[in-house]
Design a protein around this ligand. Structure first.
Ligand code: A3P
Length: 330
């Protein structure tokens, strides 16, 4: 079996080496696969995941395009799912493990797990397994995205200009490494973003695929917007809890649990934690990043501080064109 997997890995290497390649965003958007741009090491994970992933009916995917609020969604999902366990009771948030961990510690990105020749064993994860991914809907393993699949998906999207600005700061903030090129300018970032060349981009296609599926199968795909979460965090937390089949009891509704979760996972709370201020993590590919990189401003409309009117217009024009007539808007 191990040899099989090694051979499969070699085949993946060959497939990937024949794909269109561009330096793109610090080399991080290097390869084009089925219409989406990937950081090459992660693409190994995407291909392996498609071949090797075995779903469980209770699986819940947390899907996002990078920089759309993944960290926040992971925190909320973790806290909602684990309330009532030793992790948290409404009177003991002081001991909640979210206070001493970065939310990415709980759910590392799924495709990163699969990025080498070794197939990870996810069977020991507690049920429901919460599985985080940036993979576009059309490239999820068939067993997950199929019409009849029992797996549920929570997708979080964000307004493209804010996603772009967040991506710009994040990618330029990632430390130096021989495999990645130097920082790029905002002009270059806008150019690449509008061509679709952002990590897992084009961002519009990414959003639209999940959007369409959420319209077709609303019981299986929950589509959230960052801006709506910011505006109505309590409603979002209830929606998430219902979708995850962990609805709030009457007692929880009356004792303020929902507000407590919103507060616990707020930008202010998470970004102020020691672990997120000084902690450093090494991603699946050996690249060190500060946990604080995942917490910049957490604001809606921050693009105004960073994009010239012309840049904003350019992104808006592409957004308008791509989303026209789809029912999705920002
Ligand atoms: P900004 O760069 O605009 O501040 P991701 O988690 O997908 O990498 O997205 C990161 C973005 O989410 C960053 O946006 C970050 O500040 C914001 N973010 C992180 N934690 C958050 C929270 N608890 N509430 C709201 N936004 C948060």
């Amino acid at each position: 079996e191990k040899e099989d997997e090694l051979r499969a890995y070699e085949r993946r290497r060959e497939v990937i080496s024949n794909l269109p390649v561009e330096n793109g965003w610090r080399n991080i958007t290097g390869r084009l696969y089925h219409g989406f741009w990937f950081h090459e090491p992660r693409l190994y994970g995407v291909l392996s995941l498609r071949r090797n992933f075995r779903p469980a009916p209770s699986d819940i995917f947390l899907a996002t395009c990078p920089k759309s609020g993944t960290t926040w969604l992971k925190a909320l999902a973790f806290v909602i799912c684990n309330r009532g366990s030793s992790y948290m009771s409404s009177s003991s948030t002081g001991h909640h493990s979210i206070l001493s961990h970065n939310p990415h510690d709980f759910y590392p990105n799924l495709e990163n797990f699969y990025a080498n020749s070794h197939v990870p064993d996810l069977d020991s994860m507690p049920s429901p397994r919460l599985l985080a991914t940036h993979i576009p809907y059309s490239l999820l393993p068939e067993s997950v995205g199929d019409e009849g699949s029992p797996c549920r998906i929570i997708y979080l999207c964000r307004e493209p200009k804010d996603t772009l600005v967040s991506t710009y700061h994040f990618l330029n903030g990632v430390g130096s490494d021989p495999s990645i090129a130097g920082p790029i300018s905002m002009e270059e970032a806008v150019e690449l973003f509008c061509k679709g060349q952002s990590p897992y981009g084009p961002v519009w296609e990414h959003q639209l695929e999940y959007w369409r599926e959420s319209q077709r199968r609303p019981d299986k795909v929950l589509f959230l917007k960052y801006e709506e979460m910011k505006a109505e965090p309590e409603a979002t937390v209830r929606m998430l809890a219902n979708f995850m089949r962990r609805p709030f009891s009457e007692e929880e509704e009356s004792n303020g649990t929902v507000a407590e979760i919103v507060e616990l996972c707020s930008f202010k709370s998470l970004s102020g934690l020691e672990v997120n201020k000084v902690g450093v993590r090494v991603n699946g590919f050996g690249l060190a990043m500060k946990n604080s990189l995942f917490f910049r401003k957490g604001k809606v409309g921050d693009w105004r501080e960073h994009l010239s009117p012309m840049m904003a217009e350019k992104v808006d024009a592409v957004t308008k064109e791509k989303l026209h007539g789809t029912g999705l808007s920002h």
